[in-house]
Design a protein around this ligand. Structure first.
Ligand SMILES: C[S@@+](CC[C@H](N)C(=O)[O-])C[C@H]1O[C@@H](n2cnc3c(N)ncnc32)[C@H](O)[C@@H]1O
Length: 534
């Protein structure tokens, strides 16, 4: 992973005498640090032989001999399983583009780390990754040279403990220095000690005015640094919200750990069953339940794919598609989920197709689907199609490219197009994702989204409906795509999607809807419902 907020210049800026930093320009894109080459080839901080002492690969420590060759010698730091695990995750994210939320559970399991240590390791790694942009700005002010990537990761870890966790300063500094001495070397440990002491001399609230641009001059840059988001993403969120008023609340929500949300697939499980397993009913979706603690995989209904982990916004956009009246299409309805992998929405659509929208029927909803549809779920990637097959029961699942349809035109009553997108709406779930996304990719994605929407509209029969969904609020992936496709076709009308989400407010002025983490507690899902004219 590359570093955020770095512009050219060989040395970091230092705080000037007024306590204000000479700021780096806030870069639009994360970039590799100086030198253009591989950071790993540079010499370590100490200029000495620290690297020879460094543990190999940041991997699993089990089975390796301790520093003292069997017995820990006096004066040697003890291994701190939580901080070592967090450090390994940070290194893997940086060096191998690992996904923290996939790697951390595996690493905890492999090393037998449980309970409080597991919770601490997770908070250390995820919190550090989320706040990385803010911590880097502070580290740059406090250090007198560019740290090597592994040293920077250790500094970020220390900064997170000092500035955002309730770890006492002496413990935050001491444990991080111990970790660096063990994993990197004594020279780097000295440097880290000095920088962390400077960082710990102020609170986060005191640092922010020093390292962040003045909000009066640069409101977006200010929010980017104070809320740890790349500037281009803050701009994109402001454009999608239509003003800056809610930006701080949105960015704050993005930095908070989301509740685990479950879906009880109708006819296969129920919210009551999930409640009995410790969950509480969701706010909007009649199939949602929130799990405050515990491993969802331990719940029988989840293990048996009768229920699953699924964001409430994702549930609602799928449900909305099933609630649009499409007239009588003949015998049982035919549904298509065109980009189905890994199968979250397909799992819910599959259950409703077979058993009906049982909660909607129980509420007397006149458009609640009665059941008896057949679902075809497709994904261009075999391994993702396989995941769909594993999580659905009755659907037919194929590997297919939605831009080159293998199905007959106008053969479906309802089509779900959950388009490949930047995923900017789900940043709270993947702590490092915000620093990985690249605005340069949006144009290519936009072309694919337009092509897929075109084939989705071709696939639906007259009177049928297409749900265009993204897990991104970026206008270039949402309203602009819809506007362009509608401008080129006269056989499609946009429905007011809010009508199919009764009881959910704050969805915008329509006809599309936009969910927001700070308003709804969901991912920032976008939904447009498009009907093919009869
Ligand atoms: C946003 S994800 C879909 C998430 C899924 N609907 C769910 O709820 O779990 C987008 C999916 O589109 C697939 N995809 C990308 N290009 C595609 C194409 N040309 N045809 C079909 N699927 C495609 C990707 O492999 C990815 O699985």
């Amino acid at each position: 992973m590359t570093r955020p907020f770095r512009e050219g210049g060989a040395r970091p800026f230092r705080a000037n005498e007024n306590g204000n930093s000479e700021r780096r320009a806030q870069g639009e894109r994360p970039r590799r640090s100086q030198g253009g080459g591989d950071d790993r080839t540079r010499r370590s901080q100490s200029g000495g032989d620290d690297r020879a002492r460094r543990s190999e690969g940041g991997g699993d420590d089990r089975g390796r001999r301790s520093q003292g060759g069997g017995q820990r010698r006096a004066g040697r730091p003890a291994r701190d399983v939580a901080r070592n695990a967090a450090f390994d995750v940070l290194r893997a994210v940086d060096e191998r583009d690992a996904y923290a939320n996939l790697l951390m559970p595996r690493l905890l399991r492999d090393r037998g780390i449980r309970g409080r240590d597991a919770a601490l390791a997770t908070e250390l790694a995820y919190g550090t990754l989320r706040g990385l942009g803010t911590y880097d700005a502070i580290i740059d002010v406090c250090g007198d040279r560019e740290p090597d990537p592994d040293v920077r990761d250790a500094l970020r870890l220390g900064a997170h403990q000092l500035l955002r966790m309730r770890v006492p300063p002496h413990a935050a500094v001491g444990t991080t220095v111990d970790l660096v001495r063990l994993r990197i070397g004594p020279g780097a440990a000295k440097f880290v000690n000095a920088v962390l002491r400077k960082i710990g001399s102020r609170t986060l609230e005191e640092w922010l005015p020093i390292v962040a641009p003045d909000p009066a001059d640069d409101p977006v840059g200010h929010l980017a640094v104070t809320h740890g988001h790349p500037r281009w993403i803050v701009s994109a969120f402001r454009d999608a919200l239509g003003s800056s008023d809610e930006l701080p609340a949105l960015l704050e929500a993005d930095n908070a750990r989301p509740l685990v949300t479950l879906v009880a697939r109708p006819g296969r499980s129920s919210v009551a069953e999930l409640e009995a397993a410790g969950a509480m009913p969701g706010r909007y979706s009649p199939y949602a339940a929130y799990l405050r603690e515990g491993d969802p995989g331990q719940i029988d209904a989840v293990a048996e794919t009768r229920a699953a982990v699924q964001d409430e916004g994702s549930q609602l956009v799928a449900l909305a598609l099933t609630r649009v009246p499409v007239g009588n299409g003949g015998d049982g309805e035919k549904w298509l989920d065109m980009c189905a992998g890994p199968g979250g929405k397909a799992g819910l659509l599959d259950a409703i197709a077979t058993h009906g929208d049982l909660a909607g029927q129980a509420d007397g909803g006149s458009t609640a689907f009665a059941g008896g549809a057949r679902l075809l779920a497709a994904d261009v990637q075999y391994h993702r199609a396989r995941l769909v097959w594993e999580t659905t029961r009755d659907a037919s699942v194929i590997t297919a490219d939605g831009t080159e349809p293998v199905w007959r035109p106008e053969s479906f009553d309802r089509v779900m197009l959950d388009a490949p997108c930047t995923g900017l709406g789900a940043l709270r779930r993947r702590p490092e994702a915000r620093w990985r996304r690249d605005p340069a990719g949006i144009a290519d994605l936009g072309r694919l989204q337009r092509r897929l929407l075109g084939t989705a509209l071709d696939a639906v029969r007259p009177g049928g409906v297409v749900a265009y969904v993204t897990c991104s609020p970026h206008l270039a992936e949402t309203r602009v795509v819809i506007g362009d496709v509608l401008a080129r076709r006269d056989d499609v009308e946009q429905l007011d999607a809010r009508l199919y989400l009764p009881g959910v407010d704050g969805l915008g002025d329509g006809p599309h809807v936009q969910f927001w983490p700070h308003r709804h507690g969901t991912d920032a899902m976008f939904l447009s419902l498009l009907r093919k004219r009869a």
